[in-house]
Design a protein around this ligand. Sequence first.
Ligand SMILES: Cc1cc2nc3c(=O)[nH]c(=O)nc-3n(C[C@H](O)[C@H](O)[C@H](O)COP(=O)(O)O)c2cc1C
Length: 223
Amino acid sequence: MNVKEAFVSRRSVRRFLPDSVSKEKIENILEGAAFAPSGHNIQPWHVYVVQDQKKLSITKSIIDSIKDGSSKNMKTEFDYYPTEWFEPFVSRRRAVGFELYKLLEIGRDDFEARDKQMQENFHFFGAPVGMFITMDKRLATGTFMDVGMFIQSILVGARGEGLHSCGQVAFTKFHTLIAEQLEFKENEMLVCGVSIGYEDTSAPENALRVEKLQYSDFTTFLS
Ligand SMILES: Cc1cc2nc3c(=O)[nH]c(=O)nc-3n(C[C@H](O)[C@H](O)[C@H](O)COP(=O)(O)O)c2cc1C
């Protein structure tokens, strides 16, 4: 697969087959991601790869916290989204949800079904492999660029192994539970979760193809 093909074929998959992924493939992805650039080469990332019992235990602690209501008091450690949305971003954001729920035949007011689908995040969308990427929270805002590039390397690297992925900021609300499960160091902050596995091509949610801008929409050429 050439580089452009890997970029273009990467998309967020939200239903995976239960088929296991070899350790070799996971190692290949991480070996590649290790080459991600970072300002001053500080390489500020840490990755936890979770499978089997550990993955199930994380799912259980999150779902339990939703059921017993304790998740209501949980907050993310950083703001990923603005508190107030505005155009053109609000429309793009809505379009993804709209298309996804349409494919799943979930009605606009069916909050129960929407909630259930949202909770699929915490089941890793059925993927056999989960990853949690962390950084030291004492670092500065710019470090998010480094970690973002690292995450993209994982997502694109997965394509090289014939795998698909989904980045999941949804996990960050539950960072206290995940920190406990993964025994984070002091100052370690969860930036993102990622699910990795083989795409279930029969799942309606995987028919989602979000609209992408043309490069000419976001590029200014000057000479
Ligand atoms: C950092 C990051 C976090 C994301 N978090 C979630 C998430 O929690 N749940 C989810 O279903 N999708 C999540 N996504 C996927 C986005 O919705 C998706 O990338 C976007 O709609 C564009 O679609 P594409 O990935 O198929 O190109 C996340 C993506 C990124 C980059």
